[in-house]
Design a protein around this ligand. Sequence first.
Ligand code: SF4
Length: 390
Amino acid sequence: MSLQPIPLSLYVHIPFCAYRCRYCNFTFETGWSPALMTRTLDALVREAETLRRRGEADGLDWQIRTLYLGGGTPSVVPPELLLPFLTRLEETLGFRTSGLEEATLEANPENVTEESLDAWASAGLGRLSVGIQTFDTQRLAILGRWCDAQQNRRALDLVTSRWRGRWSADLLAGLPGQGDLAPQRWVDLRSDLAELLTYQPGHVSLYSLTLEPRTDLARLDAGGGVKSLTEPVADQLWLRARQGLLDAGFEWYEISNFARPGQRSLHNQTYWRLDPWAGLGPGAEGTLPKRDASGILRPIRTHNPRLFPWLAGEEASEFLTAPEFGLEHYVTGWRTKEGVDPFRWEQLFGPNSSLGAFHLDDDLRLTLNQNLLALRDEKNLHYCHSWPVE
Ligand code: SF4
């Protein structure tokens, strides 16, 4: 039987961090041993084998187009483990990292050295995402980061002088003490942005710091140990930074992402378009086509548990109903500059499901009620779509 080629983006979750940032609620471990890291990389390769076998059983040949090593902190994996791991992944899923449309590694500044940059380049990785957050040492300490402003600068000096691929930086707005909106306080975030721009990044992810429940920062805030900004103030700061990026010529192509021409993240666009992607590793999710009992290809959502249950082989997946998939397609599509692509919508949901053009504003609400997806404001229903009951 000849297999049907399916372009696929591959997300690989490396669940280790050297330390716990106070604001972070991602899935990761800080107290790992080299043996646990090796065991985890082996398990990732086994999961890739399972992915390939399941695709073949469904008549599908995954054609890996983008790779994203995220975390956690993938840059903590030493090159002598990372390079053989990538080779095994390539052999298992039949791709070459250097030949992909995009292959990204998330890196923390303290892991960026001449040696690590050379090793990542020799592995075929072509894009780095560097977690800068701020150039203010005091605020880096409040965030629980283990690097200071000088390390951030040193990392970007190295990236700009030695790295030949593309790169992106994460910047955080709305940090504790970053201010009311008085002009002299906005200066702090403006200087972070100005300093970042001197390194000429091709891509910036600009996030607003949120107090995630059960994080150290939320506990500190509740106990009065830090004074977090109110949401409206944090939002205003973010909007000003956004304007700064627009003024500097960046394209705002997704809520938190800004790119110079030709520098968008191809991998992340997969998520917003709900194109197929596989998530390997603890805490990873994926959306893949799979044949149902009647042989029709339908989207499944895969969910992996945290590290130890995942190492023990736990996993879960479920078919997404058309309304669930449609709602998600709306929600993720509207995060992007292009909105929801009517042609893509028709591809996913059939020729009689034409979307029309809509602009969401603050009053519009998207609701899913059983099999009815509706876009409405207080008074009017602007659009609705229903699917047959399954
Ligand atoms: S390094 Fe990244 S993933 Fe790890 S704790 Fe900090 S923010 Fe979270």
